[in-house]
Design a binder for this molecule. Sequence first.
Ligand code: RB5
Length: 145
Amino acid sequence: MKIAIGSDHAGFKLKEAIKKAFPDVEFVDVGASSEESTDYPDHIGALSRLVRQGGVERGIGICGTGIGASITANKFDGIRAALCLNVFMAEMSRRHNDANVLILGARVTGEQEAVAITRTWMETPFEGGRHQRRLDKITEIECGG
Ligand code: RB5
């Protein structure tokens, strides 16, 4: 799987840990490249564009709380970004919401838990059916409906 990954300074260390934990995944890293202060919309915007354009299958965005990253990613049509604080949320974000961007909060979720969340999110399929109907309604809203 090809995944775009990005963070601000607060998420930098966790971003590096996630890349290291999944050596078989092809990550496209859109920064940040250090813990020097940076603005999350720059990096989360970049990864959201990559997902929307189809250059990667999915994205992972990280900031301090995950809130700013979520707000940013969900501004993009076609992006379904899910801030996941535990493995259950990660599973449901895939099964019911077909989340194509996983958001983590580096200041609220420890590294071990974040790796478990990411693994579940990467491995869990979308259920489709009635959930697809609901996603179609979100798409209608994106189109001004
Ligand atoms: C950066 O200090 C912090 O505001 C950012 O990482 C994030 O938590 C915003 O939602």
